[in-house]
Write a protein that binds this ligand. Structure first.
Ligand SMILES: O=P(O)(O)OC[C@H]1O[C@H](OP(=O)(O)OP(=O)(O)O)[C@H](O)[C@@H]1O
Ligand code: HPA
Ligand SMILES: [Mg+2]
Length: 186
């Protein structure tokens, strides 16, 4: 699926962040993360499904050997507003007690998902717990969260692509963009 594909082109309003910009930013973040965790065992925890692309590309940009685990939580359902109620759809396979854990996210919007995750994973007594997110919407924050690594701050608009969906679609676009109003029934 590409921006110039006929169907996708009709649904897209704009490209906000290109694949090249994402690649460059992940390389930059990976260098900082490598420096931070030198000599330590690092567990990356990807938050399904949105973080799949960030996890895959960030992990490959790192020189640090990592292990990976996945958690699936959902607060959005099929809409564009967080319900605020976070549900665990799949828990971690591993015990994180005593481990250096880095949560990998695609986006922090209201912050409700991450705030809940930080308190849930924090209670499992990891050696350290930090967050790396590709995107953050500062103007949408409903809770303040301390995030160590942020790729891009973006405007308070619904975005899709690079893992992010609208109604489960558009996750496989290699860039981040906004959708035309007709897609939402406008
Ligand atoms: O800061 P918030 O307002 O909580 O929003 C951010 C979360 O919402 C999205 O996940 P979603 O629950 O839609 O599931 P998905 O990753 O499967 O799309 C996104 O991937 C983040 O995990
Ligand atoms: O802007 C967004 N797009 C897709 N999924 C999301 N989940 C939270 N915010 C968003
Ligand atoms: Mg998600």
């Amino acid at each position: 699926m590409r921006v110039d594909d006929k169907d996708m082109g009709n649904d897209l309003q704009s490209v906000l962040i290109t694949k090249e910009e994402i690649d460059a930013k992940l390389a930059e973040l990976a260098a900082k993360i490598d420096a931070e965790y030198a000599g330590k065992d690092l567990l990356l925890v990807g938050v399904l499904k949105g973080a799949v692309m960030v996890m895959a590309d960030l992990a490959r940009a790192l020189s640090t050997p990592v292990t990976m685990d996945w958690m699936a939580v959902s607060s959005y359902g099929a809409g564009t507003q967080s319900s605020g109620v976070v549900r665990i759809l799949k828990d971690l396979d591993t015990d994180i007690k005593g481990k250096h854990v880095l949560i990998v996210e695609d986006i922090i919007d209201s912050g409700l998902t991450l705030s809940w995750l930080l308190s849930n994973l924090g209670s499992r007594e990891p050696a350290s717990l930090e967050v790396c997110t590709l995107l953050r919407k500062p103007d949408a924050a409903k809770v303040a969260i301390d995030v160590k690594w942020i790729g891009f701050d973006i405007p308070n608009e619904f975005v899709v692509g690079y893992g992010l969906d609208y109604s489960e679609k558009y996750r496989n676009m290699p860039f981040v963009g906004t959708l035309a109003p007709h897609v939402y029934g406008g």
